[in-house]
Design a binder for this molecule. Structure first.
Ligand code: SAM
Ligand code: DTB
Ligand code: SF4
Length: 376
């Protein structure tokens, strides 16, 4: 490039020329070496990568809703919703479509750009799919990005969700292939990879990450990141959860994770998957503001917002607002919806009204709804 071209190149084209190609061939040792860098070197490197691809002060905001709670047949040792452990959690059947949409409206009002719906299932049943598809259409119609996490998906179910307009599917690898068997025995690592493949083949974006603080080694953290970064396409969204120790689960008494090790993992995720949104996911309630600030500096650029995750506590919305103000962060804006989406919205609304009319028993409300979070 000559000097004049260099001076007039847009920031994007300059970045494109300078940025190394995204890799999918990371070796475990390379990742361990990154995790072991002097802290300042690691954070400087992660922040430099972050700035090449994102507005460093923008954070994507998602809100979670549990659409079916508890009594899950899987035995994930960290999870309050597993039917294998007595965690005292109140079970709830699948919410009605309108109750979900009401929560989505509130999430939008307070600034969320993505609405994530989670169900404690091994996989969705044929009976539940029509309702789930209506939820996707309805939430999308509100102009929100849609995300679901419903357990394993067959190829056909992934296609149905994609056709309904689901933007993201969340399915975590959780930990390294080696440590996985210590945490879950009712589904395999290969099952999880297969679901991710179905999601990708169907055309949806992938949200996949893991949990830290389950007693895993640094090598296991490297193994999780290696699996994610070596997928044929990087997950668009990578949630890094800090274990919330839940009374009654086998991981109730696991040792504390050093917050600096958590930050290191975020930083390495940012370096390995430079264009992905890395989410500072579960566990923020137990983190200091300073730890969270450092996680944003290390390249985290997404959070769950609102006082509840699926069943566990999240920071108060007012506290998050204050933190954003103190750090000069702002919510990332999503692109506006086009006419075709608006039209799809209208159609979805009509179909929903028909379905609800067929199925609603107004005399027997099965579910309670939660209060809305405050403004971001
Ligand atoms: N049942 C679906 C599944 O697992 O595929 C979706 C819901 S599940 C609760 C979604 C994710 O939440 C899990 O994969 C796990 O990474 C995370 N999670 C669950 N319990 C957690 C806890 N106590 N602390 C941190 N993350 C947790
Ligand atoms: C993810 O990685 N974390 C979210 C979301 N994906 C579905 C769930 C966190 C759950 C924390 C425990 C609970 O609220 O029950
Ligand atoms: Fe069930 Fe998901 Fe919890 Fe595992 S993490 S027990 S699959 S709800």
């Amino acid at each position: 490039m000559d000097e004049l071209t260099k001076m007039t190149a847009t920031p994007d084209s300059r970045t494109a020329a300078a940025a190394p190609a995204t890799r999918h061939d990371w070796q475990r040792g390379e990742i361990e070496a990154l995790l072991a860098l002097p802290f300042n070197d690691l954070l400087f490197r992660a922040q430099s990568v972050h700035r090449e691809h994102f507005d460093p002060n923008a954070v994507q905001i998602s809100t979670l809703l549990s659409i079916k709670t508890g009594a899950c047949p899987e035995d994930c040792k960290y999870c309050p919703q597993s039917g294998h452990y007595n965690t005292g959690l109140e079970r709830e059947k699948l919410l009605q479509v309108e109750a979900v949409l009401e929560q989505a409206r509130r999430a939008k009002e307070v600034g969320a750009s993505r609405f994530c719906m989670g169900a404690a299932w091994k996989h969705p049943s044929a009976k539940d799919m029509p309702y789930v598809l209506e939820m996707v259409k309805g939430v999308r119609a509100l102009g929100l990005e849609t995300c679901m996490t419903l357990g394993m998906l067959s190829r056909e179910q992934a296609e149905q969700l994609n056709d309904a307009g689901l933007d993201y599917y969340n399915h975590n690898l959780d930990t390294s292939p080696e440590y996985y068997g210590e945490i879950i025995t009712t589904r395999t690592y290969a099952d999880r990879l297969e679901t991710l493949d179905h999601v990708r083949q169907a055309g949806m974006k992938i949200c996949s990450g893991g949990i830290l603080g389950m007693g895993e080694s640094v090598n296991d953290r490297a193994g999780l990141l290696q699996q994610l970064a070596n997928l044929p396409t990087h997950p668009e969204s990578v949630p890094i959860n800090m274990l919330i120790r839940i009374q009654g689960t086998p991981l109730e008494h696991v040792e504390d994770l050093d917050p600096l090790d958590f930050i290191r993992t975020i930083a390495v995720a940012r370096i390995l998957m430079p264009r992905s949104h890395v989410r500072l996911a579960a566990g923020r309630e137990l983190m200091s503001d300073e730890t969270q600030a450092m996680a944003f500096f290390a390249g985290a650029n997404s959070i769950f917002y609102g006082e509840r995750l699926l069943t566990a506590q999240n920071p108060q919305a007012s506290h998050d607002k204050q933190l954003f103000d103190r750090l000069g962060l702002h919510p990332e804006q999503r692109e506006e919806v086009d006419d075709a989406t608006q039209e799809a919205a209208l159609q979805a609304q009509m179909a929903r009204a028909r379905l609800d009319a067929l199925t609603t028993d107004a005399s027997a409300p099965r579910h309670t709804t939660r209060g809305a979070a405050a403004d971001v």
